[in-house]
Design a protein around this ligand. Structure first.
Ligand code: URP
Ligand code: ZN
Ligand code: ZN
Length: 461
């Protein structure tokens, strides 16, 4: 099957250009201005931009949390991703206490295979660092799971201590892995949470008040110091505050190999969402929490200047009924919010149309950089001859109105409810298949394939 996308503006991370794209089977076969018109299918992209399929490297699909699970499984979550222009996801598999990394990988593979509609990979969360687990990390790297999430928060459940974090970093320095760090000081947070509850402060806004920016910045600083000591690269996940960004920027200026991701919620929302004592704020209970109204400007600057490299979603959807278990105690509200679907539209509207970043930087932070950092480039993240034919035909003069009534995520609220955004995802091609046709999902569940990723390689340029 040959598909020709004609008359569009192709945007890669190095800039836009007018060109047609010829797809042959699953790959891009040619890019140019005078391609032969014979094809089985032609997509007219006049007045459209043609983007590499989005790469979302931070999702939690079908994730267990005690006796509940996140609301999207790999089918509904990746359908929503596809409708928003994302054609690759990397989800977090999590080791159980006493369990092995292999066991976690098998569990998550069984959740994804046969359901995912876009290609997927996994990071591995380490929650129990026994010596055998440390050794198992090498096998994960060689089997295409070369990134490991470590938690500095959630003591007793997921948190590793400083020595354990250092051991994992040293192992990755040797085996080509990359640590993805959840940087919040869990012990300090626990003290603040206990004090707040003892004082009768139970409303959702106390979630944010007990996780102030300094507990994030301190953890980022500590994580960077350990990475420097270990001689390992480091990737900070879901960075949310100007204070934490300051630590990353300072380290990068010293030449430390630290990379960082932020998320649309930190770029577009603020802690005003928690105002009052109404329980509505539970929709925005996530860790780290939303920050001050000034924070988005600082984070956008970080993205524009290069100290932040990636915007991923941290899609972690819980139903309002699940959030309600924390009605009388904010610390019992399941942490996380939905976001896998509107990432590209939100960032295009606020970032490109809003004049904060050029369109090629938008492609870099949503597709090229995440693919490069996580060992998928140029198979993913680029419109290039030989790359997978993952493309988005995006209408910059269309509009997208966000609502839980129309979104594809299987969750009963949307943090951006009612916003109308400039720009619309029109057609999405994944490995040569049209999976979204003029806004309608037409793909097949189970067509997504596991992506065996390459070890981390620092960029030479
Ligand atoms: O609140 C959040 N972010 N929940 C998802 C788990 C995590 O820490 O990324
Ligand atoms: Zn996290
Ligand atoms: Zn997460």
């Amino acid at each position: 099957m040959r598909t020709l996308i004609r008359h569009g503006t192709v945007v890669n991370a190095d800039g836009p250009r007018r060109a047609d794209v010829l797809i042959d089977g699953e790959r891009i076969a040619a890019i140019g201005t005078s391609l032969p018109a014979e094809a089985d299918r032609v997509i007219d992209a006049t007045n459209r931009v043609v983007l590499p399929g989005g790469v979302d490297v931070h999702t939690h699909l079908d994730m267990p949390l005690g006796d509940i699970r996140t609301a999207d499984d790999f089918e509904s979550g990746t359908i929503a991703a596809a409708c928003g222009g994302t054609t690759t996801v990397i989800d977090y598999a999590t080791q159980t206490k006493g369990g092995s990394l292999r066991g976690a990988l098998d569990t998550w593979m069984a959740l994804a295979e046969g359901r995912a509609v876009v290609d997927f990979g996994f990071h591995m969360c380490i929650s129990d660092l026994r010596p055998d687990v440390e050794a198992e990390m090498d096998a994960m790297v060689s089997e295409g799971v070369p990134s490991f999430k470590l938690f500095m928060a959630y003591p007793g459940r997921l948190m590793l201590n400083d020595g354990e974090i250092f051991r994992v970093l040293r192992r990755t320095a040797a085996n080509g892995g990359l640590v993805c760090l959840h940087a919040e000081n869990g012990d300090v947070i626990d003290v603040l949470v206990r004090e707040a509850l003892a004082a009768g402060h139970t409303a959702p806004r106390f979630h944010a008040l007990t996780r102030p920016p300094l507990v994030e910045a301190e953890a980022v600083h500590r994580g960077i110091a350990f990475a420097e000591l270990a001689g390992a690269p480091l990737y900070i996940v879901h960075l949310s505050s100007a204070e934490a960004l300051g630590e990353v920027s300072a380290a990068r200026r010293r030449g430390v190999r630290v990379l960082a991701e932020t998320c649309p919620q930190y770029l577009l929302l603020s802690d005003e969402a928690y105002e009052g004592d109404q329980f509505d704020g539970a929709k925005f209970v996530m860790s780290p929490p939303l920050r001050s109204r000034e924070t988005p400007d600082a984070l956008w600057r970080g993205l524009a200047e290069g100290d932040l490299q990636v915007v991923a979603t941290d899609h972690c959807p819980f139903l309002l009924g699940q959030k309600a278990r924390g009605r009388d105690d904010f610390s019992r509200i399941p942490n996380g919010a939905p976001g896998i679907e509107p990432r590209l539209s939100l960032l295009y509207d606020e970032g490109v149309r809003g004049g904060r970043i050029p369109v090629e930087r938008f492609v870099e932070i949503t597709a090229a950089a995440p693919a490069r950092i996580f060992g998928l480039y140029p198979q993913k993240g680029a419109i290039a001859v030989g790359s997978d034919a993952d493309l988005v035909v995006f209408d910059p003069s269309g509009t997208t109105t966000i609502s839980a009534a129309t979104h594809h995520m299987r969750v009963d609220y949307n943090p951006y409810e009612g916003r109308t955004l400039g720009g619309a995802v029109e057609t999405v091609v994944a490995r040569g298949d049209i999976i979204v046709d003029r806004g309608r999902f037409v793909g097949a569940p189970g067509r997504g394939r596991f992506l065996k990723r390459a070890p981390f390689r620092p960029r030479s340029s």
